[in-house]
Design a binder for this molecule. Structure first.
Ligand code: ADP
Length: 443
């Protein structure tokens, strides 16, 4: 605590002490000697306290000051108080820095701070991951040396930072990163880096999708237009030619219709808000219906198709979507297996999960195509696929349906031996119906 009269008290004490010395000197007749003795004594006492202060400040590990009296006690307390205040300030500052660090680590974006000499002064963890920075080795390094990319260097020196730039990640060529430079305090910059791979992929997919749909519709439209141009105004055309034109136009318009229908199915599935947990689907009945349809489709192909269906295995789901998915897989096997092939369709329970498998002994699919089969409009052999009326949307529909049902399509295929398309439904979606429940359910 501050005592405003401490100095006055101290001076009064010195005066009292010196007066005592003077009186003693006068009494014993050695005034000069006692005054000198008193002054030396006082000086020694203060030097001793100064020594203790110096020792406490520089060598002692103790935070609390040594005990003392008089004015020195006030000096010690004053320094101790200032130290305590500094400590508290440092603690508060430390807390603020810790919170800032935690906040910046929680940022969904990578962030760097660079000074006016383009040196990195700080970065968060995501920046170290996304840019492969070594910390603290890269502290103080030039930013364009660490982000080794010509486009970024040009952007940094351009002084035009209104728009971000997108560049391929310096450490992973499959990633696209967006770099935004935010100047602050005139000379500092914050670099914000965001992974935009998905966005660029979506943008690319959107462009490809529009291009593909236009291309798919253009071919049948060109054929129809060609025939229409061949037909004279007065309709005077030989009968066989007319028959051929009409049949070709009909098949092309059916092709367009099926393409549009499949596109609609896809968009309906994508936009669907129907919940898969609400309805139990009688899958065996659904598969028996598809079996009847596939027998009609198989009339000219002469495949041997075997259906092995567990009659009491149902799943929670959306009937129209499951019908689309299962029929697409079965009809594909019929389309793409050379005549007189063998196709097996199995609906069974495995380890508490409903499993659907379509297996054929067709030509199989080369490994490089397998990962891309579920892309929209992807066909292994475009020409062959067109003759079967395929649009390249079937497996894309299957993929969406299965993902809607928390499942996914597994494709195994060996060229020359055949393919197997399968999916597995989680135990939560799978339900076994005994005869009684089944009767009640069908009522
Ligand atoms: P499409 O409508 O053209 O049949 P899909 O998306 O259903 O399109 O299938 C994509 C491609 O996968 C097909 O073009 C075909 O080349 C190949 N494919 C699908 N099922 C089979 C199968 N069972 N055997 C061989 N190839 C298949």
């Amino acid at each position: 605590m501050y005592h405003p009269f401490a100095w006055l008290t101290s001076i009064a004490r010195v005066i009292a002490f010196m007066t005592c010395c003077a009186l003693l000197g006068l009494y014993i007749n050695y005034l000069a000697f006692t005054l000198l003795f008193g002054t030396v004594g006082l000086l020694s006492l203060h030097y001793w306290r100064l020594y203790r202060l110096n020792y406490w400040l520089w060598h002692s590990k103790k935070i609390s000051p040594p005990t003392s009296r008089g004015i020195w006690s006030h000096v010690y307390q004053g320094i101790y108080g200032a130290n305590l205040r500094n400590r508290n300030k440092r603690k508060t500052l430390g807390e603020i820095i810790k919170r800032f660090r935690q906040g910046s680590e929680a940022l969904p974006d990578a962030a760097l701070i660079i000074n006016d000499c383009a040196e990195i002064t700080w970065c968060n963890r995501l920046a170290r991951i996304e840019l492969g920075l070594q910390w603290p080795e890269d502290l103080g390094q030039k930013v364009y040396d660490c982000i080794d990319n010509e486009e970024f260097t040009t952007f940094y020196h351009s002084n035009r930072y209104e728009r971000p730039i997108e560049i391929v990640s310096p450490i992973n060529s499959n990633k696209v990163l967006e770099f935004r430079l935010v100047p602050y305090e005139d000379v500092q910059f914050m670099v914000l880096i965001r992974d935009v791979t998905r966005l660029t992929q979506i943008e690319k997919m959107r462009k490809d999708f529009v291009a593909n749909v236009s291309h798919e519709l253009k071919t049948p439209l060109t054929v129809i237009n060609g025939y229409l141009e061949m037909i004279p105004e007065n309709g005077d055309m030989s009968e066989p030619m007319m028959k051929k034109a009409i049949s070709e136009m009909r098949s092309q318009s059916m092709r367009m219709q099926s393409l549009v229908e499949e596109l609609l199915v896809l968009s309906r599935i994508e936009a669907s808000t129907e919940r898969v947990f609400e309805k139990i689907i009688n899958v065996p009945q659904l598969l028996w219906q598809i079996q009847a349809e596939s027998e009609a489709l198989n009339r000219n192909r002469l495949h041997k198709i075997f259906f092995d269906i567990s009659p009491d295995l149902y799943v929670y789901g959306i009937e129209s979507e499951l019908r689309s998915a299962f029929s697409n897989m079965i009809f594909n096997a019929i389309h793409y297996t050379p005549n007189k092939g063998v196709i097996e369709v199995r609906w069974s329970l495995q380890a508490g999960q409903a499993v659907f498998v379509v297996k054929d002994n067709g030509d199989g699919i080369a490994a490089e195509h397998i990962g891309r089969l579920t892309e929209r409009f992807y066909r292994v052999d475009k020409a062959r696929s067109r003759t079967t009326g395929g649009s390249g949307l079937g497996l894309s529909i299957v993929k969406h349906v299965l993902s809607h049902h928390n499942s996914h399509l597994v494709i195994r295929s060996t060229v020359g031996k055949g393919s197997a398309f399968s999916c597995r439904f989680s135990a939560e979606l799978t339900c076994l119906m005994d005869q009684k429940t089944r009767n009640n359910y069908s009522l």
